[in-house]
Design a protein around this ligand. Structure first.
Ligand SMILES: [Zn+2]
Length: 223
């Protein structure tokens, strides 16, 4: 299955699937024109994107959701616990759970004031059970992996690739190598979610920030 990364500010969106595509996350607010250009460069027509999975309801993952939904006609999937953030278009950063996270959070909160975000209607609500993507043409499933936010989910392909949102961070100004998130609502829950992903066969990790990496790069940080 094809995997494409589209960079949107400090955040990544991913497009997976063959004929019919699934988009994972929508990037930072204000990056919509860049997103459209990236689709053109990849030779993907907007109508090919049938579903949009939101890993969690934070500003840098839902920033262009409303515009992308209008452009593609995609149905939006998100976990019920983050639905309110998405449908209100609310900008939120969870508490810093590392020294750097505690320093960076107030600065980011200042920075994101300038962004305006539109609310986006969620069409398909994900619950705590695994959600098969077979009927969307993707051999894989959505797993409930809370901790960074109460409604965080990951997309795990049968071949081991896992799109984990902010369960890991791998880019400046957040981290310099693959790390657990520097912001989280419940770090213990993040670790439990990692154990679940590992048990279910995740091998290559595609984070919302930075490059993909092998799961061995983070497994010692989970223990
Ligand atoms: Zn986040």
């Amino acid at each position: 299955m094809e995997i494409h990364k589209i960079k949107s500010g400090i955040t990544n969106c991913y497009i997976i699937g063959d004929k019919s595509k699934v988009l994972i996350d929508t990037g930072m607010p204000g990056e919509f024109d860049k997103f459209k250009q990236s689709l053109k460069d990849l030779d993907i027509a907007p109508e090919q994107i049938s579903y949009l999975i939101i890993t969690h309801g934070h500003w840098d993952n839902i920033g262009n959701a409303s515009k992308i939904k209008d452009l593609t006609g995609a149905k939006v999937l998100a976990h019920k616990n983050d639905r309110e953030l998405i449908e209100e278009g609310r900008k939120f950063i969870p508490s810093g759970v590392t020294k750097w996270g505690k320093i960076l959070r107030p600065l980011l909160n200042l920075m994101i004031k300038k962004f305006s975000m539109e609310p986006t209607q969620v069409d398909i609500e994900i619950n705590d059970e695994d959600f098969s993507l077979e009927k969307f043409g993707v051999k894989g499933r959505i797993l409930f992996t809370p901790g960074h936010s109460p409604g965080s989910v990951s997309v795990l392909l049968d071949t081991g690739e896992a799109f984990v949102g902010d369960m890991a961070m791998n880019a400046l100004p957040l981290t310099i190598c693959p790390e657990l998130p520097i912001f989280a609502e419940d770090l213990a829950e993040v670790k439990t979610s990692w154990e679940k992903l590992i048990a279910k066969g995740a091998t290559t990790i595609y984070p919302a920030n930075g490059d993909a990496f092998l799961i061995s790069k983070i497994s010692d940080k989970i223990a």
